[in-house]
Design a protein around this ligand. Structure first.
Ligand code: SAM
Length: 215
């Protein structure tokens, strides 16, 4: 059995997909306790999204970050492997320049070089390890030359007790999440690596660029 998708209910086609979308949205609002706008806003800032940008948010869940990116860029598309998440995102995030599609990070049904920015938050640990390198390859493929990627994922706490608690509550995929492997995998996919930033105590963010000049 793969590691990396043992919390959340499981979809047959994508083992890490989360079905209980409304509960996730509620829990997310509670867990972030008023700091959601600040933390996700920081991701938008780190990706340096500007008004002309077309943005793809991979593993978008109920679409909070997708909508935030849409409020800064030209348009924003969220993709998620869970039909329930896509339905919930469409219901909640209704701005005209924000849309949602069903799809898997490791096999995107989207054209080459069609986005300026790819975002992904708290989703990589849901993708089975053997599919992650394909997911990073897909990020590279759908970005235009000069495009930016920002991958943020859960950084487990260092202390034994805290890790044990994370494992008990959220499962092994979060307790043992190897975030330090994100940067090398982005490099293997062809990206030029940029800064690694800790946004809040639990969010490890890696920024990278697709080589080439933006048009
Ligand atoms: C923990 S949620 C994060 C949602 C949102 N990005 C956020 O930061 O709140 C992880 C999301 O990744 C989705 N997911 C899991 N495996 C996926 C895959 N292979 N491709 C695309 N999405 C996937 C799940 O369905 C879920 O909505």
């Amino acid at each position: 059995m793969h590691r990396g998708y043992q919390h959340g209910k499981v979809d047959d086609g994508a083992p890490g997909a989360i079905r209980h979308a409304r509960t996730y949205e509620l829990l997310s609002a509670i867990v972030f306790t008023g700091s959601r706008r600040r933390i996700f806003g920081r991701l938008v800032d780190l990706a340096e999204i500007i008004v002309e940008d077309e943005v793809l948010d991979i593993g978008c869940g109920p679409g909070y970050l997708t909508a935030l990116a849409a409020s800064t860029g030209r348009r924003s598309v969220g993709v998620d492997a869970s039909e329930q998440m896509v339905t919930e995102a469409r219901r909640r995030r209704t701005s005209a320049n924000c849309s949602f599609v069903l799809g898997k990070a490791e096999a995107l049904d989207l054209p080459d070089a069609s986005f300026d920015v790819v975002l992904s938050s708290l989703a990589i640990h849901h993708i089975p390890e053997d599919a992650r390198i394909r997911a990073f390859g897909e990020m590279f493929r759908v970005l235009r030359p000069g495009g930016r990627v920002l991958v943020a994922d859960f950084q487990p706490p260092k202390g034994h007790l805290a890790r044990h608690l994370v494992g008990a509550i959220a499962g092994e995929s979060m307790r043992d999440n190897p975030v330090e492997r994100i940067a090398p995998m982005l490099g293997d996919a062809g990206f030029d690596l940029g800064a690694t930033t800790r946004v809040s105590w639990f969010l490890h963010c890696v920024r990278a660029n697709k080589p080439g000049d933006a048009e």
